[in-house]
Design a protein around this ligand. Sequence first.
Ligand code: GLU
Length: 619
Amino acid sequence: MNDQQLHPVTQETSPILTCITEIYERYRHINEGNVATYIPELAKVNTELFGICITTPEGQIYQAGESEHSFTIQSISKPFVYGLALADHGVDKIMSKVGVEPTGEAFNSIVFDEVHNRPYNPMVNAGAIATTALIKGQGYEQRFKRILTMFEGFAGRSLSVDEAVFESEKSTGHRNRAIAYLELNAGMLEGNLEEHLDLYFRQCSILVTAQDLAVMAATLANNGINPITKQQAVNPEEVRAILSVMASCGMYDFSGEWLYRIGLPAKSGVGGGIIAVLPAQFGIGIFSPPLDARGNSVRGIKVCEELSQRFKFHLFDSHPVSQTCVSRTYTGAMVSSKRQRRAFQREFLDKEGEKILVYELKGDLYFATVEKLTRQLQNNQKTAKFIILDGRRVGNVNSSAITLLSEIKEWYLSQEITLILTGFEEKTQLCLQANGWTDEMFVENIDTALEWCENSLLSQADYQDQTIKDQLSLGDMDIFKAFSEEEITVIAPLFTEFSYQPNEFIIREGEQADRLFLLAKGRATVSLKLPQNEQRKRLTTYIPGIAFGELALFDINVSQRTADIIADTEVICYVLKFDNLQILINKNPEIYIKLMQTFGTTLVNTIKRATLEIRSLSV
Ligand code: GLU
């Protein structure tokens, strides 16, 4: 089963679910902490409610407890609104209005960065109110609509507001009002202050569940793409900014210790929610209302601590990773393209093929793996004129790999070595093109790239194929190289000349195999129809001077063709029906024997090449 088939499923049993349920059971009965009461409506909550949810970037959801119970998002709204403000104004403007330094003070403290005349960071109330004040839009309704829509993009569903909590905070939020007035006084915020405050109270009163929080966190883990809707909820640049402030300031005045112990960017809210993110891997959402003295959910912290310790989730736990991305490497002398070559070309390529180096890459490309690749390339490149890097088995290619690959490209350009990439995903190609790679550096597959490199080696040595226009005579064929003119005169009447139009079948799979072909003009390709696929796979391409269909001569059991041979261009062949060989046996047995010996030698050479190729590919 491949990855694409692993759709998210409702997990009734799974090792991960068992683990989460176990953690849920362990902390369910803990009775420490108190619910927030400074917003009167929050004091009414049932302290036993407890939900845990983990969501992966693929959208797999694991949950335990009351993870579908709604509560108000409160401060967890802050990093998300900060992302929206960044999208509205850009980093420079936002940075001039709100800093990114932790305060070490409580969330509602009345402290400001007086040197820069701005609140310290967007995670404390002073910074969050200043951030909300920057959200664009015509008036309260439209501005709130933009905020709500942004949250809905993260949660992947429509959300609503707890009007009772909103009214409760609006009528009692004097401290926040005081903070806002001080900011207005200092010129830290502008405009309709009551409107900004209402927006802020309202964003804090949006109802979410632990499951929503996990999906929102997973959206951050997934570079801004919502794992459920697959829509881009936020730009990757904003994701980085959001996660940075969460990591440094997300857990009130416990932020430093949180990063030290748990090591995940996180944000908590006085409603009892916590989100935590392990970039690229998952998002966590937890709900449990009783808070510790700093305002963080008591059970929430315990769950995160346990998960982080059990699975070593700490961002700075370094997990040894495979540092090699080369699955195998060979030269063009060991493995050649599927194009048939004339004897003189083959001989030339057997030597000169050393100048073509192929690296088949695998796994993820990032700085460490590409750095090692550069060293391998440097060790092997002395003879190289062409380097083919194949990306068929490559997974993710991150931006440092893109930068390093582009440096490699520049290096080879200056060395006059041709670099070709094959089989890379389109999105990688686009990133590379944005870094100055040109179209001709990307080739569909190794075979086509090898053929191109061989052709350019051959043409540099003036060993290229006949032009399409020329027609070879019978005596020009490779198999008749050792035949005298008299011998050819004897054999010629046994052949009949046939011509084919482009795309015409010369041989059809399943057809009776009763003749051999000598290609005199044009090109023809042997291909196989792939099961469940309209495309054909090229096995080989024949050029003038080459014989094909001769195998059947030696295969007494199989009298049917095993693949199609189709004319690529206008083609002329000299065709010998096997029946005609009887004439040769009767009249000129010595020529018959010579012909068979030639075929024997060709076959032996083909097998030798195949053995060499298999050996190179199995290393
Ligand atoms: N609305 C709350 C306040 O500003 C949010 C506080 C929090 O969750 O930390 O006081």
